[in-house]
Unconditional design. Structure first.
Lengths: 224, 251
């Protein structure tokens, strides 16, 4: 364990932990988007419910869920603490600032984008994860499913707006975070870095777009 | 002689590290052919003639190679041009009637000494922690006995062009010194003479960097964009790689 203590103590190590946990969350997003996109079969949620049922009862997936929450927690705590410590490194502020001349706004706003995502996530977990795991609102025997819960939540316009804002935050968070993770782990090569950046940009646009399409499509009644 | 430009300056004045400091406004007539520092010489002569305290600023070679000059001009270290130091920035890069804001490097790791001069000895302490080679290389051997691929030599030489001015720290939102440390670690770890100490070196230098109060790297790229020697971001990735390797090796 001493060998890995640098992940919590040194400036480089703390960023390595952000990168590793961040990329594991990227992998989760891909699975999550893939499964939820099953609603677009527009078969009354049959395919989606089938996939959700598998994810909820497969022991391998349930074990991975523990790792996912651990990674998420580390990413959040480390991210907030890094942001707090980084902002204390310049007590006297500049009178004139020209940040956009040398960097992108979203690369300088990862703390804010991440905090927006955290607020969204609390609401999102409350809507679906808590409801499906810890309440008896969803009773397959009684004919109530996770798809029905989606229909219910997205009938109200407020969650739809919050989810779309969450997806926009996610897009910009990923646009910087995906490629930044590789740099933090020391992966930078003239041949591979442009490929990593290309995949990162594609992922950051497509995945949040797929997610945002779900509440919008359900609210507008395109999916029944 | 070209026509003089009328400039309005907003210059940071600070008596010493303890005092608060504030912006003062001045008017200067400058030739477009002057360097930014020569324009400041004109300002200081005006101030001395009127019995006021001249503005303290760092400078030495005025050829862009020593790394002493250190002004943040309109929010950008070394001004609006890419790949130049303040001393090599000329007034022709500005327009007649411009208002120019001039500030010191701002970072907790670089406390202000007076006005625009800051104390950059934190960089010296990072170098003293490990930025050197202490292995005995013995007599000079035949040049062809030590084979170094051209690309590797180029990478080391590119990193070695760092003049240690601190523009990277001043541009970074976290006041991080990763580009500086990355350049020094890359320069030394790429070549055979520096390899025996590469692990202990990178750990010692990063420990010192953290202790000096510089922030972590967010990979915004501001440092490389503002570096007067155009040191690339890849040196930071190399630093991360060296550091992770050393740590995983128990160093």
């Amino acid at each position: 364990m001493k060998l890995l203590s640098f992940l919590f103590t040194s400036s480089i190590g703390r960023k390595v932990l952000m990168a590793v946990t961040g990329l594991s969350l990227v992998a989760f997003l891909l699975v999550h988007a893939g499964i939820n996109a099953c609603i677009f079969f527009n078969d009354g949620g049959e395919t989606f419910n089938h996939a959700a049922e598998f994810m909820a009862h497969n022991w391998l997936i349930r074990s991975a869920e523990i790792g996912l929450f651990l990674g998420l927690l580390l990413h959040i705590v480390q991210g907030l603490s890094l942001t707090a410590s980084n902002t204390q490194k310049r007590n006297s502020k500049y009178g004139a600032s020209a940040g956009n001349a040398n960097s992108k706004w979203y690369s300088r706003s990862m703390g804010i984008l991440g905090s927006l995502l955290l607020i969204f996530l609390v609401m999102h977990l409350k809507h679906f994860w808590v409801v499906s795991r810890f309440t008896d609102a969803i009773q397959e025997t009684a004919g109530s499913t996770l798809f029905d819960e989606m229909v219910l939540v997205f009938a109200d316009p407020l969650p739809v707006i919050v989810y779309v804002i969450g997806c926009i935050s996610l897009a910009y968070h990923l646009l910087h975070g995906f490629q930044s993770a590789f740099q933090s782990m020391g992966i930078n090569h003239p041949a591979y870095t442009p490929i990593i950046k290309g995949i990162g940009a594609g992922f950051s646009i497509i995945v949040p777009l797929v997610f945002a399409a779900m509440p919008i499509a359900m609210h507008l009644g395109w999916i029944k | 002689m070209s026509k003089l430009m009328k400039l309005n300056l907003k210059v940071w004045r600070q008596k010493n590290a303890e005092s608060a400091g504030n912006f003062e406004e001045y008017k200067v007539d400058a030739s477009p052919d002057m360097s930014f520092l020569e324009m400041f010489d004109v300002l200081n002569e005006q101030l001395i003639e009127t019995g006021k305290e001249p503005v303290a600023f760092d400078h030495d070679c005025r050829e862009g190679i020593c790394g002493m000059c250190s002004m943040v001009i309109d929010g950008r270290p070394h001004g609006p041009k890419q790949g130049v130091t303040t001393c090599q920035l000329h007034m022709r890069s500005f327009n007649d009637g411009d208002t120019i804001t001039v500030e010191p490097w701002r970072a907790n790791g670089f406390p202000v000494i007076k006005d625009l001069t800051v104390n950059r000895s934190a960089f010296d302490r990072i170098i003293a922690a490990g930025g050197f080679i202490s292995t005995n290389a013995g007599n000079a051997v035949d040049a062809n006995a030590v084979l170094i691929p051209k690309e590797v030599a180029d990478e080391a030489f590119e990193a070695a062009t760092c003049i240690g001015c601190g523009a990277c720290v001043s541009a970074c939102k976290n006041a991080s010194a990763m580009l500086f440390v990355g350049a020094k670690v890359t320069q030394l770890s790429k070549l055979p003479q520096g390899k025996p100490e590469r692990e202990s070196r990178v750990v010692a230098m990063v420990n010192q960097m953290d202790a000096e109060g510089f922030g972590a790297c967010t990979n915004t790229g501001a440092c490389a964009a503002e570096c007067p020697k155009q040191i690339p971001l890849s040196v930071i990735a190399n630093l991360n790689r060296e550091y992770i390797g050393a740590k995983m090796n128990g160093k």
